[in-house]
Design a binder for this molecule. Structure first.
Ligand code: ZN
Length: 500
């Protein structure tokens, strides 16, 4: 069982406080190859789905507080794969999520601190992704030799930052390459060339201070598209290096003028632009070809041919407690159905229907959980979301509702520790049992008898906890009186039950 977090979350700063991306301009080797033979990239492109290994590192403060919420992470992973679906590239989680507790990495202010984080924790044969609270003042950045740092505030169900940073990791620059750190103004003449600094963003770790390179300013008519800016010809000229809003056609509000005197608006649909998330939706055809070629050559180690896990198609059904059933505040057991292919379940419990505050927010591999510490006399909501290392988009169940009893009303189990409730059963209802401590860890047999002594139902289980839940298929039984027999490690217990 993997405990992800408790009730307290550090408040993440708002997204608008961060620069869109801290990846500095660089021309990846794959991009130079593309520039020499652009035709080869498109015609030789395969159509297979490329399955790409990610290693997720979820960073919190030293005390374990502040880690990205699991539901937010699942939403972001789902959005990432939707953004890459037209590219036939799909990402999966290769190993268990790596939990890191380090305040200096969680809130790192400089790229060198991020380099230290990555080189201390990276695993081989996967693209390493770090979720932090502050990634050197940016929503995210990619280091070619390190990995991707993601700001938790910029990873949500409608954010494209993760897709953007992975675009960098797969050789794509910004369409406005050269303008990073500069602000275009229509009142200044557009320059011929742009000098840029790519310290830390070489292909290899190299601490030469401030290496400089020069690119030429891209013209709208495409005449220099193969040598200007991102060198990709189906991404048009773009000079905007700040987060910008778009019009109803997803173009920039800002109008720019190229060296030929032609005016244009930037294309906000491109995920590699700095358009607001609501404008972004796609990679260009050439960008897709470059990313796929990168994966099939220099990043081949990230690919797998085996399907990592099945897609989840069936929903979870909440079994118990639902429909305002009563549970003890301490030691209540919840149970739900398993889903074929699901390896993990996120369970959330809250007194609020919005789940803004969560009493429980856990990832478990089982389909049952003992809730150790709820408040008495409260109405609680709970829900479950299944996932595996490949399928992150399954929704939460609708909420189940239950009520905790008061502490006083919680009857102490009899001396030896045995109780069974409720004793009056309606159709489909569950029986909650508390077992003698000596029975735990041993097999227990249950049997249900009618008044004539005929055995109608039986079940054998291992008593994992001192509490368990039974569903003795009461809907098939006529109304009347029955006897439940439980046989454990040190004896036998009886309970009379009434079926209504
Ligand atoms: Zn970027």
């Amino acid at each position: 069982m993997l405990l992800i977090s408790g009730t307290i979350f550090a408040q993440d700063p708002a997204k608008y406080q961060f620069a869109p991306c801290g990846t500095l301009p660089t021309v990846a080797p794959m991009l130079q190859t593309y520039q020499e033979h652009p035709e080869r990239f498109v015609t030789e492109r395969s159509t297979d789905t490329l399955k790409v290994a990610l290693q997720l590192h979820l960073v919190a403060k030293n005390n374990g507080i502040g880690r990205i919420g699991t539901d937010r992470l699942l939403d972001a992973f789902c959005q990432l794969n939707q953004d890459y679906a037209p590219s036939s590239i799909r990402f999966y989680s290769k190993h268990d999520w790596h939990l890191i507790d380090s305040t200096v990495w969680y809130q790192h202010d400089t790229i060198p601190a991020g380099i230290d984080m990555m080189l201390s924790n990276n695993v081989d044969d996967a693209l390493n992704i770090y979720f932090v609270s502050s990634s050197a003042g940016n929503c995210g950045y990619n280091l070619p030799y390190g990995g991707v740092a993601m700001n938790n505030s910029c990873a949500g169900p409608s954010d494209h930052t993760w897709a953007h940073e992975i675009g960098h990791a797969l050789s794509l620059p910004h369409p406005f390459l050269g303008w990073e750190g500069k602000t275009y103004s229509p009142s200044n003449p557009t320059p011929d060339t742009l000098t840029y600094n790519y310290t830390h963003f070489h292909d290899t770790l190299d601490l030469v201070p401030a290496p400089l390179d020069t690119t030429v300013s891209e013209r709208l008519n495409g005449s220099n598209c193969a040598v200007a800016a991102d060198r990709i010809c189906d991404t048009q000229a773009d000079y905007l290096s700040y987060r910008w809003e778009c019009n109803s056609e997803n173009q920039s509000i800002a109008v720019q003028t190229d060296l030929n005197g032609e005016t244009f608006r930037s294309d906000g649909t491109l995920i590699m632009s700095y358009a607001a998330d609501g404008c972004q939706s796609r990679f260009s055809n050439d960008q897709i070809s470059i990313m796929r070629a990168t994966l099939e050559t220099e990043k081949q180690a990230w690919l797998t041919t085996d399907p990592p896990g099945p897609d989840l198609s069936q929903p979870v059904t909440l079994l118990f407690p639902i429909n305002q059933q009563q549970t003890p505040p301490i030691g209540a057991q919840v149970q739900w159905t398993s889903v074929p292919g699901a390896t993990h379940y996120l369970i959330q419990v809250s007194v609020l229907q919005s789940y803004i505050l969560k009493a429980v927010d856990m990832v478990v591999t089982d389909t049952t959980l003992i809730l150790s510490d709820l408040q008495p006399d409260k109405k609680y909501y709970w829900r479950v979301r299944p996932f595996n290392n490949w399928s992150f988009c399954a929704p939460f169940t609708a909420s189940g509702v239950f009520n905790t009893t008061s502490l006083v009303a919680t009857e102490e189990p009899e001396n030896e520790g045995w109780s069974c409730y409720p004793t009056i059963l309606n159709e489909g209802q569950f029986l909650s049992l508390e077992l003698p401590a000596k029975w735990v860890g041993h097999p227990v047999q249950y049997a249900l008898y009618d008044v004539a002594g005929r055995m109608l139902w039986q079940q054998s289980t291992q008593a994992t906890y001192y509490q368990t839940v039974l569903q003795p298929r009461v809907e098939r039984l006529p109304a009347g009186i029955y006897r439940l027999q439980a046989t454990g490690a040190t004896g036998m217990k009886w309970q009379t039950l009434v079926v209504e």
